[in-house]
Unconditional design. Structure first.
Length: 182
């Protein structure tokens, strides 16, 4: 997977699909339990940025790999499970970890600009971490130290997760458009 190209395509898709919306439309929710388009973008920013301290500690040489990472099949197992769980097909609804919840209040209109800036920083972070990907470094999930996977798999998860939430945001837009036409 070419992460940088994929991130650029996802960013462009968010802009193309949602840049024409106003603040009320970006924050519209089909029901109390659903996320708005803005919350989907905010969630991606929160999740992705939770990896930055891990990447910083790898670069500084201070990262402590959890003991469970020494068990090769566990690293592979968790990587496959998490990657499948964030798949864009969304047949199964998932609850996110509390640290990754978007805000419950209205998200500001500049969320698209914030998301675009975030995506550029994410690409920079990935570029700077390529040496660790090449070394096959294993990390733990920022949400749970006992969930471990290769750093390359973490980037696959991030990109796949972004695709999932792009699809979720498009579904919200379709519902919004259907509601507006009635």
């Amino acid at each position: 997977m070419n992460w940088i190209t994929e991130i650029d395509q996802i960013t462009d898709a968010f802009k193309q699909n949602f840049s024409h919306l106003n603040n009320a439309q970006l924050n519209w929710k089909p029901n109390l339990n659903a996320w708005s388009i803005a919350q989907n973008m905010e969630h991606l920013i929160v999740v992705n940025e939770s990896y930055y301290p891990v990447l910083a500690s790898l670069k500084e040489g201070t990262y402590k790999t959890p003991l469970i990472a020494k068990i090769g099949f566990m690293v592979s197992f968790f990587g496959k499970i998490v990657l499948k769980a964030v798949s864009p097909d969304r047949r199964k609804k998932m609850k996110t970890f509390p640290i990754w919840q978007p805000s419950t209040s209205e998200v500001h209109t500049d969320i698209l600009m914030c998301f675009d800036n975030h995506q550029n920083e994410l690409k920079r972070q990935i570029e700077n971490a390529k040496v660790f990907v090449e070394k096959g470094v294993t990390i733990s999930s920022p949400a749970d130290k006992n969930i471990v996977y290769k750093l390359g798999t973490a980037f696959d998860i991030i990109v796949t997760h972004e695709k999932r939430h792009l699809e979720q945001a498009k579904e919200v837009l379709n519902l919004l458009n259907n509601t507006s036409q009635k």
